[in-house]
Design a protein around this ligand. Structure first.
Ligand code: AGP
Length: 609
């Protein structure tokens, strides 16, 4: 997910583009750039790194122009670098393109442009194909050339195109990726979404799918998929830029909790062939490779470590291979048995967490095969791995990791099924059953998120409770740890997570009148055991909230309240059971007046030991 912006008009383009990009950085922030027509031709400035790098360059070497396009990147194809940053130019420097989305058939088009038209590519991106296509069709009419190029393109895209020969227009096209156009007085704008231009106009056209737009200083023309002109009503914006960036959510953390259905479905969708075979782009693990591994190690920190705990259970139950999970800061200094017969799996949202990175380097030094599950494309962990499985959560801004966690779980389920099938441990029927359930999770989650009043009420009644326990059995222990971490890091309540079976061995001494106990009971075979654990803490005065998809009235009778998650199997329950726990932590944090997105003492990526 990247951010695009464009301006044409009577005023200076550069400040408008920079302002727009600063409002779009939440969409991607690993590199940025712009192309403007400075009267002589197209002047392109693009750099790896945060927007500030581009800003500094433009302060030192200012450009004056009345037309330009800008881009802030979230790398998908080709790691963050200046050459992969947008805008991309044709070989003659006459055409510049910015793009948000993914061109699915870019490899075929690239081969065609190279073999048939001897085009020289500079970058690894899918986007560069677009500018060479436009150049290929250019014959003095930019709109015509873009239209012909789009006819060849498959995938999702919002593109902006300018051309040296036609400094009086910007051409843009939308398919699946968001695009809006802002109307000004003697100036017009385009952007991925409204916050980028809200400082300048509240009059916006919402561009529909397969529509093409031509912006000039004094006009906005919108064409449908048949290139027929269409009339469109202006949409008058009524809210502030800040609210828009969060798309109406009060915090990025809440927005990212609600983005989980999409993140999970994207992570699944991109790993399935048309006949539902799981494949991992660029990863070649054979049956022989897998059989060679005497040990699988999962190493990570914080929330990613908790995802590893769930991953261990999935791989062991579906592929029948023993897995060890370690906290990276411990792994680095402990005597672990790593050699060339070890598959080392690093898990990291940011891909920059130092303890995880150093653990990876240590395992590599000892000959292990390095696989990583990462969200940030081109990050250090991904660059230093043999195999990279990218999660498709999109940029995660809230420090408390939410959507990255559920996409990491999704990746582990896919990986476990892939290994299980490869090793002949998972038969076709079971594979198909789990896959259809996994594919159904995003809809179930979206439906669950429609009504969360019960969780809000619970948070309102419990936000001042300083004694909170999370307990469960089997994978619910792992989710208890993650739930407790979420609550700790954004509410600052010193909560506690425990394997319910351990209660009697000491911890139950801490349970007293009013202690809040969140009891995760999503494992069918252990449901009755959890019922007795609930009775144990109830007997000591605890207020118990059960989280489950099982049990009729009996659990209603035992627990003080029950959060029902959608029907699902024990294996996939974590994808659903963690969400009410994330929401509880969020609403408790809000009720306590904390800075939810930027909690005290924490950073989104811990790049120090
Ligand atoms: C989780 O909410 C925290 N932000 C933190 O525990 C985080 O999971 C940990 O620092 C690992 O980060 P990574 O996934 O980027 O490596």
């Amino acid at each position: 997910m990247c951010g695009i912006v464009g301006y044409i008009g009577k005023n200076e383009a550069v400040p408008v583009l920079l302002n727009g990009l600063s409002k779009l950085e939440y969409r991607g922030y690993d590199s940025s750039g712009m192309a403007v027509h400075d009267g002589n031709g197209l002047n392109v400035r693009k750099f790896k790194g945060r927007l500030s790098v581009l800003e500094e360059d433009l302060q030192k070497n200012p450009i004056t122009s009345h037309i330009g396009i800008g881009h802030t990147r979230w790398a998908t194809h080709g790691e963050p670098s200046t050459v992969n940053a947008h805008p991309h130019m044709d070989e003659q420097g006459n055409i510049a393109v910015i793009h948000n989305g993914i061109l699915e058939n870019y490899m075929q088009l690239k081969e065609w442009l190279i073999e048939e038209h001897n085009v020289k590519f500079l970058s690894e991106t899918d986007t560069e194909v677009i500018v060479h296509l436009v150049h290929h069709f250019y014959d003095g009419d930019l709109l015509d050339a873009v239209t012909k190029a789009v006819e060849k393109m498959e995938g999702a895209y919002a593109i902006g195109v300018i051309c040296k020969e036609e400094p009086d227009k910007i051409v843009a096209v939308r398919k699946d990726s968001p695009l809006i156009v802002g109307r000004g007085n003697g100036e017009n704008y385009l952007a991925s979404d409204i916050p980028a231009i809200l400082k300048y106009t509240k009059e916006v056209y919402l561009i529909e799918n397969d529509e093409t737009v031509v912006l000039t200083q004094d006009s906005i023309a919108i064409y449908d998929s048949l290139m027929q002109k269409v009339e469109r009503d202006i949409y008058e914006v009524t809210w502030t830029a800040d609210a828009a960036e969060k798309e109406g959510y009060a915090h990025f953390t809440l927005k990212e909790i609600y983005e989980q259905p999409k993140g999970i479905s994207e992570t699944i969708k991109r790993r399935l062939t048309y006949d539902d075979e799981i494949f991992f782009e660029g990863v070649h693990l054979t049956k022989e490779d897998l059989e060679k591994f005497t040990k699988i190690y999962i190493v990570a920190c914080g929330t990613a470590y908790h995802a590893g705990l769930v991953g261990k259970r999935a791989i062991e139950s579906l592929a029948g291979v023993p897995v060890q999970v370690d906290i990276a800061s411990e792994f680095r200094y402990s005597n672990n048995f790593i050699d060339e017969n070890t598959l080392f799996i690093a898990v990291s949202q940011s891909g920059e967490t130092l303890d995880t990175l150093q653990s990876l380097r240590e395992a590599k030094r000892r000959g292990a095969r390095i696989m990583s599950i990462v969200n940030v494309v081109g990050s250090s962990v991904s660059r230093e791995s043999d195999d990279v499985l990218y999660t498709w959560a999109g940029p995660e801004i809230g420090v408390a990791s939410t959507k990255a966690f559920t996409t990491q779980l999704t990746m582990f389920y896919l990986l476990a099924m892939y290994m299980g099938k490869l090793l002949g441990q998972l038969d076709d029927a079971k594979y198909a059953e789990i896959l259809s359930e996994l594919k159904n999770i995003p809809d179930q989650l979206a439906e669950f998120l429609e009504d969360i009043t019960e969780i809000q009420h619970l948070a309102d009644s419990q936000f001042n409770n300083e004694s909170v326990f999370f307990m469960g059995r089997a994978v619910d222990v792992d989710i208890s740890f993650e739930s407790s971490l979420k609550l700790k890091e954004i509410s600052y309540i010193n909560s506690f997570a425990i394997a319910a079976g351990e209660l009697k061995h000491g911890t139950i001494a801490l349970i007293e009148e009013g202690t809040l106990v969140m009891a995760l009971a999503t494992q069918k075979g252990l449901f009755d055991k959890m019922l007795s654990n609930i009775k144990e803490v109830k007997a000591r005065g605890a207020y118990v909230v059960a989280v489950t998809q099982y049990g009729g009235s009996e659990i209603e009778k035992v627990a003080d309240s029950v959060i029902r998650i959608p029907q699902c199997s024990d294996l996939l329950a974590p994808l659903l059971s963690i969400v009410p726990m994330q929401l509880f932590a969020y609403y408790v944090s809000v009720a306590r007046g904390n800075d939810v997105d930027k909690p005290r003492n924490l950073a989104k990526s811990v790049t120090v030991e």
